[in-house]
Design a protein around this ligand. Structure first.
Ligand SMILES: Nc1ncnc2c1ncn2[C@@H]1O[C@H](COP(=O)(O)OP(=O)(O)O)[C@@H](O)[C@H]1O
Ligand SMILES: CC(C)(COP(=O)(O)O)[C@@H](O)C(=O)NCCC(=O)O
Ligand SMILES: [K+]
Length: 279
């Protein structure tokens, strides 16, 4: 079995992948601020032959996790942001400072779709761009839905947006504080994603496929105008691409990769942008 870990600022996600069949056997998540308790939080390490880790948590959390795992598993791979990998050139001035979850998402997106816009809706919402040919442009970081809500201190922090709500409902004026907050932050997030996508495609003169991942990807995606695919395992896809361990991975296949719809034509994207600028 392969244990894949995606340690974010809020949640530490894990999945167990069968190295022979490529099936995902189990998955789960624990709060990042809490200590790992092998046996209860993550499954029996005796069946694990390799671990792959993407972590943006404090260095101490990563070190603690790696130490714990290395005492039980021989093969522990830790992903790092580097200047160039798998045909993609990191756009950061200091490449190692790019969040490794963003780097994993960009590499997975590029491997699946070529040039793309990779959106990660977690504690933060990050929007990264890579052009056909592999030049990563850098990206945008804004607070995630939960962070935006917590920053308001209106007593609404524990009332999450129902992930099954329809986007049209979420865009209406709120008639109670909690509704006004939820709809406000939702509109802020989806407007930013829509606008940034259109701006960058316009500037670069290319319509890019869009991929979304992260805990809030499904609900944010519902407000996104452009064709897109939600890929919950996108960060894991980057780990598979960087550290291929199975025959399928070595052939470039990533588990759970979605079918990516072709983007709208550049003219349509530009027309939408011109329209939104008139408003
Ligand atoms: N069941 C859930 N538990 C916690 N957060 C959730 C849940 N469902 C959706 N979320 C949202 O997902 C975010 C965490 O997403 P995730 O992609 O795991 O973030 P990170 O990688 O930053 O830890 C939370 O901030 C919250 O807005
Ligand atoms: C931007 C992030 C906080 C997003 O993390 P997440 O929301 O997935 O927990 C993370 O990618 C990070 O710490 N990045 C380093 C700064 C940067 O990418 O510029
Ligand atoms: K994120």
């Amino acid at each position: 079995m392969i244990l894949d870990l995606d340690i974010g600022n809020t949640l530490s996600k894990w999945r167990l992948k069968d190295a022979d069949s490529s099936e995902i056997r189990s998955r789960g998540a624990v709060w990042t601020r809490e200590e790992w308790k092998p046996g209860s939080d993550i499954p029996d390490l005796d069946v694990v032959e390799a671990v792959r880790i993407s972590s943006v948590a404090r260095q101490a959390v990563l070190e603690q996790t790696v130490t714990l795992l290395q005492s039980r598993v021989r093969n522990v791979h830790v992903a790092r942001s580097v200047p160039e990998a798998l045909g993609v050139v990191n756009g950061y001035e200091e490449p190692h400072r790019l969040g490794v979850d963003r780097w994993m998402g960009v590499l997975a997106g590029y491997q699946l779709a070529g040039g793309c816009c990779a959106v990660d809706c977690g504690s933060a919402i990050t929007i990264d761009f890579v052009l056909p040919g592999g030049r990563h442009l850098g990206g945008y970081i804004l607070p995630g839905l939960r962070l935006m809500k917590e920053s308001l201190k209106l007593g609404t922090r524990n009332v999450a947006i129902d992930p099954d709500s329809e986007a049209e409902e979420l865009l209406l004026p709120g008639k109670r504080t909690v509704e006004a907050v939820n709809h406000g932050i939702y509109l802020a997030a989806v407007s930013a994603v829509n606008r940034i996508y259109a701006e960058v495609c316009d500037r670069e003169g290319v319509a890019l496929p869009m991929l979304l991942t992260g805990g809030d990807a499904r609900v944010v995606a519902r407000g996104v105008h452009s064709p897109h695919a939600v890929w919950p395992d996108m960060v894991y896809g980057g780990l598979e691409a960087c550290f291929p361990l199975t025959a399928a991975e070595r052939a470039g296949r990533m588990s759970g990769a979605p079918r990516v719809p072709p983007p709208a034509g550049l003219e349509k994207i530009r027309a939408g942008l011109a329209f939104s600028m008139l408003l």
